[in-house]
Design a binder for this molecule. Structure first.
Ligand SMILES: Nc1nc2c(ncn2[C@@H]2O[C@H](COP(=O)(O)OP(=O)(O)OP(=O)(O)O)[C@@H](O)[C@H]2O)c(=O)[nH]1
Ligand SMILES: [Mg+2]
Length: 604
């Protein structure tokens, strides 16, 4: 029976399982790498196969040599069909499993069986070699490549025929460990068996240049032995199957061979991970270009926003200088009304105002003093320019937006056309310039802005106009009082000769003059107040313009982002996918190195 050290076998099994899991994960990663060469994918699958199986013993040989019978004898159950005519037509692989189960997958049938022997080895039954070599049976050849050991089975009656020598030579090219198994020895007596074995050895030496191990067995006796419970050891001895059992034990007990068995898949995938890493690096490089163009797109969008901000600043500056001009003119107009040189006319004007005549005159078309002054100084002229300035904002922002969105659309379409075909397919969402441009933000706000402009033009003027008239009425009243006082003083002076009346007259005249001289001061105060209020309106207007402009710029930014979104999304998702693949591969490489190291430290 099998006597390998359990601890070594247990460690082997644990390592094998981890190796299998690592390779399964690697295969999953490889499957997600675009353009992985088939060759490397096959190698990875091959490696996984190795790691999935314990030692793989493949039985090959002529029709009817007894391959299927030998496997049945080893397992102790008639799991495979045997017969006097060519029987096995497909490869069958016997694996350990808790229950008997048969699975057909393509060309290969997998038979699970609870036999303890299958915990150590998997056995592969093949059709007669005649068909394998004649039809260049790919499946069989793949299994031969994967085999840890090949048993070349020949019937005792036709041992070492010319065909067998040929097979032997073919098998050697696979570089496999081959053992010659001569079956059906029950048909020969002991002497004949010895003669035969010597003959085979001699032929091998002659034709191959070396003598492989030669086992003389009888599957029929072995099957008979297994049919008894417990096994008939005498018959088992006679069948010479002990050799096979022993060999399996030795093989599995040999730490070097166990290490070799587990190292093989690692060696196979070492090249695979190198190729995969190169592919991923290539993709990272390719994506780096697109990363650059996505950054380029981003900076284009930022530049456009900056330019639009400059446009807004420029328009606000124009508003500012226009207002400044209006304020200067308005202040000049106010100063003009209260000008010292106009004292006389103002004095008369104030009297006219006081008497209410002014209103009458104005009915006939004459302007108020403020009206006349504002008209002379053309205060409204700069203010009338404001709507034109404000109306330039929308079209200028729009012009830039529409051009940019077109450019960005064209740019990303070009970039996508340059993407590798597989990536092009992944572009999600259509690259289309938005069909309509939303002008509602600036348009909707226009009325509000114009109301502010109108306040500067009419409300502020009315304010000044009223203030001037009030002041003139007040001045008129002051003058009337002064004049009355002066007249009284003058009459009194004429009648009384009293010096006090003269003094009074002088004081009254002085007060009158002082009142007139205070006029320009009043004008200055009024002009300053006007300037302050106008600045307040200007600030409000500029703030509104800026707010609306920011809204529009933001909307334009969103349109730009939408125009390039599918491309940007693709580039970003590809970059993160490839980065992820890269780190996965690095993880696998580290895991594989760790496994190799552990294998190196495997001792009995
Ligand atoms: N006498 C004798 N007959 C055997 C022995 N082993 C197998 N046979 C008989 O040889 C015939 C072929 O056996 P199989 O096991 O089917 O041989 P195979 O190599 O699998 O044949 P194919 O699948 O057709 O390639 C059957 O009739 C078996 O009963 C043996 O040890 N002694
Ligand atoms: Mg068979």
């Amino acid at each position: 029976m099998i006597t390998a050290k359990p601890s070594l076998l247990a460690r082997y099994e644990a390592l094998r399982r981890r190796e299998y899991e690592r390779l399964t994960a690697l295969l999953d990663t490889l499957g997600r790498i675009d353009g992985m060469p088939d060759e490397q994918m096959d190698q990875a699958r091959d490696a996984l196969f190795h790691a999935d199986h314990p030692f793989l013993i493949v039985l090959v040989g002529a029709f009817n040599a007894g391959k299927s019978s030998i496997i049945n004898a080893l397992i102790g159950q008639p799991v495979l069909e045997v017969g006097a005519t060519p029987t096995t037509t497909k490869i069958a692989i016997l694996r350990h499993g808790p229950d008997v189960q048969r699975l057909q997958a393509g060309e290969v049938e997998t038979v699970f069986d609870p036999s303890p022997l299958l915990e150590r080895v998997s056995l592969v039954d093949t059709p007669g070699l005649e068909s394998v070599f004649k039809q260049h049976d790919e499946v069989t050849q793949r299994f031969l490549h994967r085999a840890d050991m090949v048993l070349l089975v020949m019937p005792a009656t036709q041992a070492m025929s010319a065909k067998n020598v040929e097979y032997m030579q073919s098998l050697r090219t696979y570089g496999k460990r081959v053992i010659i198994v001569i079956n059906q020895t029950d048909a020969l007596d002991a002497d004949e068996q010895k003669t035969l074995k010597d003959f085979v050895a001699e032929q091998s030496k002659l034709n191959l240049g070396f003598v492989p191990p030669i086992w003389m067995v009888s599957a029929r006796l072995a099957i008979e032995a297994q049919q008894a419970t417990p096994r008939n050891e005498e018959l088992w001895q006679a069948s010479d199957f002990k050799q096979i059992e022993q060999y399996i034990n030795e093989t599995l007990g040999d730490v070097t061979r166990i290490r070799q068995k587990l190292e093989t898949p690692l060696q196979i995938v070492r090249n695979v991970t190198t190729v995969a890493s190169a592919r991923v690096r290539e993709q990272q490089n390719a994506l780096a270009d697109f990363r650059r163009s996505s950054q380029n797109v981003r900076s284009q969008i930022e530049a456009a926003t900056r330019e639009q901000q400059a446009t807004v600043r420029q328009i606000i500056e124009e508003v500012n200088s226009t207002f400044a001009e209006a304020i200067t003119r308005g202040r000049e107009a106010i100063a003009d009304i209260f000008q010292f040189s106009k004292i006389l006319s103002t004095a008369i004007g104030s009297l006219i105002e006081l008497l209410g005549l002014a209103r009458l005159i104005r009915r006939f078309g004459a302007g108020t003093p403020a009206q006349k002054a504002f008209e002379t100084h053309k205060v409204n002229e700069p203010l009338d320019r404001l709507p034109g300035i404000i109306d330039r904002l929308g079209p200028r922002l729009e012009g830039r937006d529409v051009k940019d969105i077109d450019d960005l659309g064209a740019y990303t379409r070009r970039e996508i056309a340059q993407l590798p075909g597989a990536l092009q397919q992944k572009v999600v969402g259509k690259l289309e310039v938005p069909p309509t441009y939303d002008r509602s933000i600036v348009r909707g706000a226009r009325e509000g802005l114009m109301q502010i402009v109108d306040r500067a033009r009419t409300v502020e003027f009315k304010h000044i106009d009223q203030a001037v008239r009030n002041w003139l009425v007040f001045l008129g009243a002051y003058e009337v009082v002064i004049i009355i006082a002066a007249v009284i003083a003058a009459f009194a002076l004429a009648g009384s000769q009293n010096g006090n009346w003269l003094l009074l007259l002088i004081v009254v005249i002085a007060l009158w003059l002082a009142g007139l001289f205070l006029l320009p001061l009043r004008g200055t105060i009024m002009a300053q107040a006007y300037g302050r209020r106008m600045l307040g309106i200007e600030a409000e207007l500029e703030k509104s313009i800026d707010r609306i402009a920011q809204e529009q710029i933001e909307a334009g930014g969103r349109l730009r982002s939408d125009a390039v979104a599918p491309f940007m999304r693709l580039v970003e998702s590809q970059i993160s996918q490839v980065d992820e693949l890269k780190s996965e591969l690095e993880g696998h490489e580290l895991g594989l190195v760790a496994l190799e190291k552990e294998l190196g430290g495997l001792r009995e």
